[in-house]
Design a protein around this ligand. Structure first.
Ligand code: BTN
Length: 238
């Protein structure tokens, strides 16, 4: 795998997007020791202190637009497999749409971006993992909180993520989403529970019943109707 290692960059996602716009050969991964403008979902900033992992994969895939939502499940499963190399399995859980939690706290973030092309899509898979430090103001975790005796470097973690990502991507290309879907459901939190799905303009309350074929959350409302949710924050009620 081609890996581009940088000392500092505004955002590895922005760097990968520029490569895509220049029709770079793919696949490749960019890793940077620091980011000066790390980006999170919904326009948020991503805490980007040195010692943590900041990486973006760039792949060119001949898939249809509906399959793009599936990419975040591939990334989340890859991240899960990499984290359980260092942490007990039962500490690590997946949360819809693409969070990986350790002990209920956010340890990583995934930001998928796409650049269309006449033959398919350039997909940027941005991944940040708190290894050494974490933002103090949030319910966040870092790997060192749990695995003090391991020396986990960003490069070592990236190698493990790339291997797992390619494994799940290959599986997805050959067999479609259904296997990934059940693997993700096995490792997630909130399934069968009361949740609030906060979308840009409305809160939906109900039971998290399933995942749809495009990775959408299927919520059963109080009338028993199944409501598909494509983008929201999820809060699991006790
Ligand atoms: C989230 O909000 O949960 C997603 C955070 C994604 C952060 C990563 S860090 C590497 C890549 N470059 C960015 O600017 N963002 C992603």
């Amino acid at each position: 795998m081609r890996i581009i290692s940088l000392k500092t960059i505004n955002s590895t996602n922005d760097f990968a997007k520029k490569l895509a716009l220049n029709n770079s050969t793919t696949p490749l991964w960019v890793i940077s020791e620091k980011q000066t403008s790390g980006r999170g979902r919904s326009g948020r900033q991503w805490y980007s202190q040195e010692g943590n992992l900041f990486t973006s994969g760039l792949y060119f895939l001949e898939i249809d637009i509906k399959s793009i939502g599936n990419m975040s499940f591939i990334a989340a499963l890859a991240l899960y497999d990499s984290l359980i190399e260092f942490l007990p399995n039962d500490l690590v859980k997946l949360k819809w749409p693409n969070d990986v939690l350790v002990d209920g706290k956010k340890i990583s973030g995934i930001l998928i971006e796409t650049i269309p092309n006449p033959e398919g899509f350039f997909i940027v898979i941005g991944i940040g993992v708190n290894i050494k430090t974490k933002p103090s103001e949030l319910n966040a975790a870092c790997l060192m909180d749990y695995a003090e005796n391991f020396v986990i470097t960003p490069d070592k973690l990236l190698q493990s993520i790339v291997k797992a990502f390619d494994y799940y991507l290959e599986d997805y290309i050959s067999h479609g989403f259904s296997k990934l879907r059940s693997q993700w459901l096995d490792k997630c939190i909130g399934l069968g529970k009361d949740i609030i799905a906060r979308t840009a303009n409305k809160d939906y309350e109900g039971i998290f019943r399933d995942l749809g074929s495009e990775g959408e959350l299927l919520l059963e409302d109080i009338h028993g109707n199944i409501v598909p949710i494509f983008a929201s924050e999820v809060f699991i009620k006790n």
